[in-house]
Design a binder for this molecule. Structure first.
Ligand code: FAD
Ligand code: DLZ
Ligand code: SF4
Length: 516
């Protein structure tokens, strides 16, 4: 028989490694919509709709390119509901001479695939995922020789390796990193051009109907669904970003404006993570915008750093740190996730707006995820596993390989600083500087303690005090700890009591929101 090539829901690339040496006459592609994947957490409705619609469109694209695709739909009565069940059924159906598959993005699925080697009656080959720029073997080698793993050093190697923004062996413009020029706040006349949105076609409408019915009690809205679900649409979304938003991407990368849900961000992570956009190609196109004088260096460098730096580094760290990362809890944080992460029902304006955009769009931009939703979870000491479940559920771009290192390591310091040299803890002043949220908040960002003071202010000191044993000697926190130690006992007690009184008011979420 032919070779059976299972393609997973986030492997929607024509140049996926499992197809690289294949020809259509000798290959049978298997794609599977399975209950296990749609419900291992209770994903946002729009996330499920995006993935299933993109899978169905990709199957069409493969067929047009001459491949044979066996596509199992979620509502197929014979569907067993799991990858293993469906691959086993397909092997019985087609008697292939072997199974060839690209490694999955997640540890959980990698374990499942390893089992196929012993449970399937045919030979199974698992290939590396070459859509990432840094092979895992290279990343492990890079990490092995170091005492401290830092994104910035990794990033410089990736610049040298790809030649992006390089002039010989020197960085273009003379600096590797232009972050200091990327600190623009929420200027009054700021007017971000809209992201590209796509009217659902017949395939997407069918999926939206099914999801609305079958996953009615999952978090999130389907009303605004406009994500690209095909490669052609993803290309349009990319071009829209490069032309209209990239030039100011750098300047306003960290700014937040209520109701401006995308700012100057790319909103391309869902398409990149599905395999509809190639990360290196995207970076080369961004570089061209700079070379042609259409976008400034600090914007293009910042964008490229997010992709060949952060994205690749995060993926390497995931595979380096798993499976331990999933249970890590370096700061012993055990508070349950507050209910408002699901409902948005809080008087804290920054948090309610970030939950709203998350519900409406299955999206929040980086600084909302990091400095509002993440910072709150850090300061309030929420359980890393509950926070990780939330992030995995709610974002259209969320797969564990990228979600977990960002949540457990980047925001919650659960890895005790293996990934980031210090926790991104901040008080209300930071949010006030970078957003327009505080002006229309029930709390007063300038007040330090008491019932109408911005809760971030007292929580910040509560966090530092609570974790003094673990963080007190971190050189990057020397300044705040010195301030804390200089405070009068009275002042410290006022902060502590304010924070405790606020924490008392938090309503814990029903666990069923994330997992049934
Ligand atoms: P832009 O701001 O326009 O950035 C461009 C691209 O850079 C993104 O599309 C993305 O591919 C990449 N990128 C930027 N930052 C990161 C990062 N920290 N890690 C990996 N890639 C990055 N990103 C995900 O793709 N999936 C997730 O589940 C996810 N969870 C996150 C959780 C937390 C707590 C934090 C702080 C960040 C998380 N990120 C995640 C990273 C980042 O917030 C998103 O990639 C970004 O918001 C996507 O929107 P964008 O395409 O508009 O990004
Ligand atoms: C996230 C997801 C969902 C919701 N549904 C499916 C599906 O039905 N079929 C599929 O092949 N993949 C799905 N995925 C994506 C997988 O979870 C993803 O490929 C693995 O987690 C590996 O990263
Ligand atoms: Fe958020 Fe505090 Fe500002 Fe309110 S005052 S929006 S809670 S930072």
């Amino acid at each position: 028989g032919p070779v059976l090539v299972p393609i997973l829901g986030d492997q929607l690339s024509l140049d996926i490694s499992s197809l690289a040496d294949r020809t259509p006459d000798d290959t049978l592609i298997l794609m599977m919509e399975v209950a296990e994947e749609t419900t291992y957490v209770r994903h946002h409705k729009a996330k499920i709709a995006l993935i299933l619609s993109a899978m169905r469109h990709f199957a069409e694209e493969l067929r047009e390119a001459g491949w044979t695709v066996d596509y199992v739909r979620l509502d197929d009565p014979a569907n067993t509901g799991s990858f293993t069940g469906e691959v086993t059924r397909a092997v019985a159906r087609h008697t292939p001479r072997g199974v060839l598959v690209t490694e999955p993005g997640e540890w959980r699925v990698a374990q499942v695939m390893e089992d196929w080697r012993t449970t399937l009656p045919v030979r199974v080959r698992i290939l590396p995922d070459t859509r990432f720029i840094c092979p895992l073997t290279d990343f492990f080698q890079w990490a092995a020789g170091r005492r401290e793993l830092r994104m910035e050093w990794f990033y410089r190697d990736m610049r040298r390796k790809t030649g992006l923004l390089m002039e010989g062996d020197k960085p273009e413009g003379g600096k590797w990193n232009y972050d200091t020029e990327n600190r623009g706040g929420p200027d009054k006349d700021l007017d971000p051009p809209p992201i590209a949105r796509f009217e659902p076609d017949a395939i997407t409408r069918e999926v939206l109907d099914m999801v609305a019915g079958k996953f009615a009690n999952h978090f999130g809205s389907l009303d605004n669904f406009g994500w690209p679900t095909t490669r052609a649409q993803a290309d349009l979304a990319r071009d829209n970003f490069l032309e209209h938003r990239l030039p100011l991407f750098g300047k306003y990368q960290d700014a937040m404006v209520a109701g401006e849900d995308f700012m100057f961000h790319a909103a391309l992570s869902p398409a990149i993570n599905l395999g509809l956009l190639d990360p290196l190609d995207l970076c080369r196109r961004a570089e061209t915008e700079w070379r042609k004088g259409r976008a400034p260096l600090e914007a293009v460098e910042g964008f490229i750093r997010q992709i060949i730096g952060w994205r690749e580094y995060i993926r390497g760290m995931y595979w380096l740190e798993m499976p331990g990362l999933a249970d890590a809890n370096g700061l012993d944080a055990t508070r349950p996730l507050p209910e408002f992460y699901w409902t948005g029902d809080t008087a804290m304006h920054c948090l309610s707006d970030c939950v709203r955009t998350t519900r409406d769009n299955a999206y929040a931009h980086h600084i909302q995820r990091l400095m509002v939703l993440g910072n709150f979870a850090l300061l309030a000491g929420i359980s890393p596993q509950q926070v990780a479940d939330w992030y995995l559920v709610v974002y259209a771009d969320a797969y564990e390989w990228v979600e977990l290192p960002n949540v457990a390591a980047m925001i919650l310091h659960a890895d005790k600083g293996r990934l980031a040299s210090k926790p991104y803890a901040a008080s209300g002043a930071y949010i006030d500087r970078m957003s327009n949220y505080c002006g229309s908040c029930a709390y007063n960002v300038k007040r330090k303690t008491g019932p109408d003071a911005c809760p971030f202010n007292a929580l910040y000191w509560h966090f530092l005090a609570r974790n003094e044993k673990t963080l007190g000697r971190n050189p990057r926190l020397a300044h705040p700890y010195a301030t804390w130690r200089r405070m009068s006992d009275e002042k410290r007690a006022a902060y502590f009591d304010s924070a405790e009184a606020f924490l008392e008011t938090l309503e814990p979420a029903e666990p069923g929101w994330a997992r049934s």
